[in-house]
Design a protein around this ligand. Structure first.
Ligand code: GDP
Length: 298
């Protein structure tokens, strides 16, 4: 179930911070605040936000005369939820064609995520097409083919080195003429060649808009949770290229930096639409702020 997946996804973070244990049966004192501060930073909530949160908690503890740590935990829970609740988002879904354009640096989990999402669409009975527009590496094309087979989706590809926009053009032509409902486009993510990357992504986006209107395009940025807050500066580069409608945060299960959701949400103000909680086909789950915080602090 969703909660079991979330538990698995936050396991490492929880083992590193043990918020549950921290508050159990303790009195509110300076030592508690200091430990809490250290653990929030360890979860990669960020120094700036951590200081702000702990300051606020100190004030509220005095104002409300809170003596028991468990009560403080409830305050913290409410505070964290308020910081991330506006980032709850769902991916666009309708019966007609929707195009999902995937962005992200190599290794962020883009291809895997496309495979998982395609699997879900196919299971829902949607006619689904993958589009191999990361033409830079032959391995990327091959890997997407593996995911097409695994998920039961179809694929459009050209040989390595082809113009990515040409692959997208071909894919969308096929999608429109054959009545596909979902097209998922893989792109290259070579951040060190920033200007060419930006140009390429804009060209791909323009190509998409020759076939569908803006409202039927979902531009999803895939971010790797294991790099923690470094993902924020990555995101800013992609934001420069095209408008991003949603973030997918992957590999939460592989990191103790699960708290990075909070600064990502605060700084980027882009909806977080899905979480990657493992390598399996079903390990792509919605982002539910309340359940997330509840699990993190339990
Ligand atoms: P791409 O280069 O962005 O397409 O990245 P890949 O999809 O190839 O993923 C890179 C690695 O991360 C692969 O070994 C994936 O199995 C792994 N990966 C992707 N998503 C997740 C996730 O949610 N959890 C874990 N543990 N591994 C993931």
């Amino acid at each position: 179930s969703f909660i079991d997946k979330l538990k698995k996804g936050l396991k490492k973070t929880k083992e590193a911070v043990e918020f549950g244990l921290l508050f159990r049966g303790r009195k509110v004192d300076e030592e508690l605040f200091e430990e809490l501060e250290e653990r929030l930073i360890r979860a990669d909530i960020g120094v700036k936000l951590t200081v702000k949160i702990v300051e606020e908690l100190r004030k509220e503890a005095i104002r409300r005369n809170i003596k028991q740590a468990e009560e403080l935990k409830d305050l913290l829970k409410g505070m964290l939820i308020s910081y991330i609740k506006d980032c709850k988002g769902e991916i666009k879904q309708k019966d007609e064609l929707v195009v999902y354009l995937f962005l992200g640096v190599n290794g962020s989990g883009k291809t895997t995520t496309i495979g998982k999402l395609a699997y879900r669409f196919v299971k829902e009975g949607k006619k689904t097409l993958l589009c191999a527009a990361d033409t830079f590496r032959a391995a990327a094309i091959e890997q997407l083919e593996v995911w097409a087979q695994r998920s039961g989706a179809d694929i459009v590809k050209k040989q390595e080195g082809s113009d990515p926009a040409a692959v997208v053009y071909e894919g969308l032509q096929k999608a429109v003429s054959e009545g596909y409902q979902r097209v998922l486009i893989d792109t290259a993510g070579r951040l060190h060649t920033k200007e060419p990357l930006i140009k390429e992504l804009r060209k791909i986006k323009q190509t998409i808009l020759r076939f569908v209107s803006e409202e039927d395009v979902e531009t999803l940025l895939v971010l790797d949770a294991t790099i923690g807050q470094n993902s924020i500066s990555q995101a800013k580069v992609f934001k420069e290229a095209v408008d991003i409608s949603g973030i997918i945060l992957t590999k939460l299960d592989g990191t103790s930096k699960g708290g990075t959701v909070v600064p990502i949400c605060q700084e980027l103000k882009i909806p977080i639409k899905l979480l990657g909680l493992g390598e399996g086909l079903e390990d792509l789950q919605p982002f539910e702020p309340e359940a997330f915080v509840e699990e993190l602090l339990s």
